[in-house]
Ligand binder design. Sequence first.
Ligand code: AMP
Length: 220
Amino acid sequence: MSLRVILLGAPGSGKGTQAKRLAASRALCHLSTGDMLRGAVRARTPIGIEAERFLDAGRLVPDDMIVGMVRDRIRAADCAAGFVLDGFPRTVPQAEALDAMLGEVGTPASGAIHLKVDPEVVVSRIAGRRGCRACGTPYHVDYAPPTVEGVCDACGGAVVQRADDEADTVRRRLGVYDEQARGLIDYYTEKETLESVDGSQPLEAVAAAIEAIVDRWSEG
Ligand code: AMP
C-alpha cells in the first residue's frame, strides 16, 4: 500500500531530518515546501522572487502559492508511489486543500505524525543549523558539520546560516507556528489520523517511533 505521510512539528523539531530518513527508508518522495521555496528563490523563478520577502521575514507565504507548488509535485510521476510531506500543510486551509487534491487523485493521506518538542530545545537546535548557499545541503555545527568548516561537502559552496534562522526571525517563526499548530492538530485529531511522537528523544529513537507508526499504516 502506498504511503502518504504528513509530518507536523515546529521549526527545529527535527521534521526535515526525519522526513528525509523516512522517505529514503520507504522509497517515498520527500516533499519539503521550505526546500522547494528556497530552491525557487535561488533559481530566481517568478514564485521564488515573490516568496523571498516572506521567507526572509519568517512569515508564511500565501496559501494559494504553496498549494499550487504542492499540487504539481504530488501529481508528478516520481511521487506516484507515495510521499512524505515536510512543512505542509501549515494552516487549516492548506490541510483542506491537501484533502481536496488527494481526493481528486483517489488516494487519501495515510495520516499525520506530530513531532512534539520543548520550545527551548527547538531554539538551541536552530541556533546551530547551517546550510549550503549554493545547493541547500543542510548541516549543523554540533550534529552534522561539513568536513571542512564553512565548505559544502556536496558542491564546495559556502556553508552559512539561513537568514531566517537568525534569532529574531526564529522567534517570529515559532510564534507563527504556535498560532497555526493548534488548528492543524485539531483538524487531524478530528479525522482520527493523528499520531504523536516525542521529538526531543535522540534522532534514532524518534526515527524508530515513526517507523513503527508507518508500519501500522502500511498494514492497515
Ligand atoms: P521551513 O524550511 O519548513 O522551516 O520553511 C521555511 C519558510 O518557508 C517558512 O518560514 C515560510 O516562509 C515558508 N514556507 C514553507 N512551507 C510553507 C507552507 N506550507 N506555507 C506557507 N509558507 C511556507
